[in-house]
Each structure stands twice: as C-alpha cells, then as structure tokens.
Design a protein around this ligand. Sequence first.
Ligand code: AMP
Ligand code: GLY
Length: 420
Amino acid sequence: MRILVIGSGGREHALAWKLASSPHTTELFCAPGNARIGEFATRLPANVNDPIVLASLAESIGAHLTVIGPEAPLVAGVAEAFRARGLRLVGPSSAAARLEGSKIFAKEFTTRHSMPTARFVACDSPENAREALRKEFQFPVVVKADGLAAGKGVRIANDQAEFDAAINEMLVERVFGEAGSRLLLEECLVGREASVMIFTDGRDYKTIVPAQDYKRVYDDDQGPNTGGMGSFSTPGLIDDATLARIKREMIEPTLEGMDSEGNPFAGVLYFGLMLTSEGPKLIEYNARLGDPETQAVLVRLDDDLVEIFDAVIDGHIASTTIDWSNDSSVCLVAASGGYPGEFEKGKLITGLEAASSVEGVVVFHAGTQRDEQGNYLTAGGRVLGVTARANTLGNARARAYEAMSKISFDGMHYRSDIAV
Ligand code: AMP
Ligand code: GLY
C-alpha cells in the first residue's frame, strides 16, 4: 500500500517511522516532510493548507491512506476534499475539527454536554472582557484567542496590567490576526496536566496510552509557552479510576455529542486535561495527534499503525485490539537559541549518529535540512525530538539524556527536568 503523511515536524517523523515499519506499507510519501523523513520516504512539495492540492496529490500517487499531522488542513476542510474524490484519509471533517479550530465552539459544546471544564466567558471587545473580569473572575485568569494560534494563544494574567496587555495584544494589536478577534476568559485550573488521545471511527474508540507534555520553554515551567519542549508516557501515568472517569465524563459525551449534533468525529481526538483536586477537567481539544506526545506514545505502540488507521476509516475500531508496551518513554526536544521567540537557522548539528546508537533511542527530526555535503543543519525552532524507550521511566529518561548529551549545535537548548 502507498501511504501519504502530511506535515513536516517531529510528530510526522514519528508517524512516518512507525508507518514505514508496517508490512502493509510498500511506498511511503510525505508532503512536505523534512530532511530526515526524506531518507526513507519520498518527499513531495505541497501547500499543506490547501485541501484541493492535498487531495490531488493523494490521487496522483494512488495513496491507499493519507494521515494528516497538523490541524490547519483539517480545519480548512481536507477531509471533505478527500471524501468528494473517494480518497481514504485519517482526520475529521472541518465541522468536527472546530473542536480545535474554535475554542469558543469547543467550550460551548462542553457546556451543552455537561462536561467538567474551566468556567468561561466569551468576549469580543476590550470593554466586555474587562466587565466579565470584574463580574466573574479573580486573578489569575486565563485569556485565550478563539482561533488557531499554534499553541501560543494563551496567557495567564496574574494582575490587571497583565490582563490589559493580553487583551490589547489579541483584540487591538491582533497579534494572532483573526484568530484573536474573539477571546475566552477562563478560570485558572490548578493541578497536573495530562494528554489523552483516542483513535475513533466516530462511534467507537480506543485510547492511546496517556502522555504528558511540557509547554513552557525552561525548567520548572518557567518562561513562555512553546509548541512543546518534551513529553513522556509511562504505565500508571493516569490511574485506572481517573481514566474511567475521563472516558465516562469526557470522551464518551464528546463522541456522542458530536454525533448527535450531526458532526461525528472520526480520526484522532486529543483531550488536554488538568487533573485537579476535584477530578479531571478538560482544558482543550485537538483534532489530531499531539506534538511531542506522538513521539513518546508511538515508540510504545507494539502494533501495526496502518491497520489501526484502516479501522478508523472503515468503522471497525471497536473490534481492533491495540497492543501497547509496558515500557516507558521520554522525548526531549532540542530547540534553537531564542525559540520560542526569534531564532537563527542553518547551524551545523553534530552527534546525531552517536545519539541514535544509544540503546532504545530514536532521534526524530522536526526542523532540519541537509547541505550539499550531507550535513544536517537546523531549520526550525524545534529541531529534534530525542526519544527513548526502556523498561522503567527512569531508564528511559537516562537513555534520552545520554543521547541528548552527544548532540550539539550553536544555541541549542533543552529542558533538563522532563519526566523528573
Ligand atoms: P491550550 O492551548 O488551551 O492547551 O492552553 C495552553 C496551555 O495553557 C495549557 O496546556 C495549560 O498549561 C494552560 N491553560 C489553558 N487553559 C487553562 C486553564 N483554564 N487553567 C490553567 N491553565 C490553563
Ligand atoms: N502538545 C500539544 C499539542 O500538540 O497541541
């Protein structure tokens, strides 16, 4: 079977790596992919935000299956474009992808279906944001852009000055463009965060082993939010009773609610959770696999990902068994100097082979390119996802940090407290 992966980051490298190991995969394509993916898959240039371009591409290569990594093509309607041509795609319709594409839609949906989540108010002007703050919230309060903002559209305001700055940035300066034309104010939840993703055919689902990601750039959760600086996955990360609650109070009401509203969600659905003292609460949905959670969970998948995705598309996920390893995994992100702000590209990366030779380690590439001599150079903010699997979380962490210590490039930084 010919398989096509859309996207270019560490998540897509992990997807391509796993799909390449399936005996069903005869040829693997990735659009646009990255330098490392290009060594075992055929890279195809494409504007990944254009659903028609992607459908034409899948058709032209005779793809049996297309897997969408990032959210933008889903929100833009890539599933509809594929369906119109009878092409097989893993990912929700644009109407279902609104769970990620509009945070206000998602919050109103969770209210309609009585799910545990942070109290919220939607606002579209600085005046009504200030009034809502005065009447309904205390500091700290969470301020979120409604639309897609690459994981960066959230501010936690600890006082009036921070609140005014966030409102001004989003509603007046429009730093997130149209995505920030409406806002959410939310009660600030306290607890440990966790990510639970599911494979679903719209009716039934199978959970993926839970993971935790680290959004802040520096150790001890200091500094601004990033796309994710690391992740881990280990048995027992969420206890059975809590997982049962998450299924009963969030996963099942979401699938039933989307179906009953006429927008069944098929694909991978991500529940970003806060495990509070009152129980698990939903922070956000993503309409796709998380990055860098994917890197951590796929190294624990002891099963065939092509067969799982076929079950998602063909509606038989209920009868599909999925084998996850009892091993643990840790993914460490190596980022460019300055990230998540301005950063330089084109820095020589050394030590990749030595890192990959550490037992249990796979180095997933996110932002890399190759020069004429075949050297790897940095080409993005998040450059690598050094990922290790081992029999305990401590051993996985030790292997990941040992591998990371062999890699270097000018300005490289990474967190030293992942999975500690
Ligand atoms: P989101 O893009 O909605 O996932 O938000 C990004 C990050 O902001 C989350 O992973 C949390 O760390 C934080 N966050 C978002 N909403 C809340 C909330 N209501 N309470 C506390 N932290 C939040
Ligand atoms: N790691 C969070 C996300 O993919 O949005």
